[in-house]
Design a protein around this ligand. Structure first.
Ligand code: ZN
Length: 259
């Protein structure tokens, strides 16, 4: 957390007072900072529907964040998710707050898998992150175009590529599955299979190997993003953004970050 963010949070006398103030600047992802795992802070997490805490990330709040502070907030959100103490969201309030503009902090590239919805896993709300979802979380020119829009033009400061355990797309690539347009998508995962050092059973029937390839696939996707998008690579070199990998474990609910 940056000093300015800390100051922002310190100014908040209580969550209720924060909700009722008209200067609701520190919200969305930023509010995640307000729920440290101690008893005092936990007591502040609203549970009643009439006490919605979250509006939406403002430009001011987003601009005060850094790539590292955004990563920290995503980690905190995943911890809340795992511990069953999610911040309750008022989606109607968020819808109204974001209708006239959006200032998301990050762009995610994640799998279409129905069990890996990033916004839920990180306990996020509307307007917090962009999320491109595609089977096997691979990149292609349209995904890169989306990322260039979300970073260079819309100001997101973190590119997070999130794969997951037991990924059907990865297993399909290992099994060399063929089906319509899926064939050319799975071909993009093939380099991750070759690039995975694994001496055991290298088939789709081995969950350990499937997960190992999923991890390699995250790294290769990040390398491809850097190689194939000069816009994003330049933003990273300039320190304006960070590109980070994450691996979601379906069994534990935990997201591991590469940074
Ligand atoms: Zn998947």
């Amino acid at each position: 957390m940056t000093e300015s963010e800390t100051r922002n949070l310190d100014r908040l006398p209580s969550r209720r007072a924060f909700v009722t103030t008209s200067a609701a600047a520190a919200i969305g992802l930023l509010s995640a900072c307000n729920s440290k795992p101690d008893e005092t802070k936990q007591a502040e997490i609203p549970t009643a529907p009439q006490e919605p805490a979250i509006v939406a990330l403002t430009k001011e709040a987003r601009d005060q964040m850094t790539p590292d502070s955004i990563i920290a907030k995503l980690k905190e959100g995943n911890t809340r998710f795992r511990e069953g103490r999610k911040i309750q969201r008022d989606f109607l309030a968020e819808q109204r707050a974001t209708a006239s503009g959006q200032f998301p902090a990050a762009v995610l590239l994640s799998c279409v898998d129905s069990r890996a919805p990033a916004e839920i896993l990180f306990n996020l709300g509307m307007g917090d992150v962009f999320n491109a979802r595609i089977a096997g979380n691979i990149e292609n020119p349209d995904i890169l175009g989306s990322m260039e829009f979300t970073t260079k033009l819309a100001g997101a400061k973190l590119v997070l590529v999130m794969g997951h355990s037991a990924c059907g797309a990865v297993a399909g690539a290992i099994a060399n599955a063929k089906l319509g347009n899926l064939t050319q998508l799975l071909a993009k995962i093939q380099p991750a299979i070759k690039g995975t050092k694994y001496t055991g059973d290298r088939t789709a029937d081995n969950p350990e190997f499937v997960d190992a390839v999923a991890r390699t696939n995250i790294d290769l996707t990040i390398a491809n993003i850097r190689k194939n998008s000069k816009v994003i690579a330049d933003l990273e070199k300039a320190g304006a953004i960070k590109i980070v990998g994450a691996y979601y474990n379906l069994k534990t609910g935990a997201v591991e970050f590469s940074a």
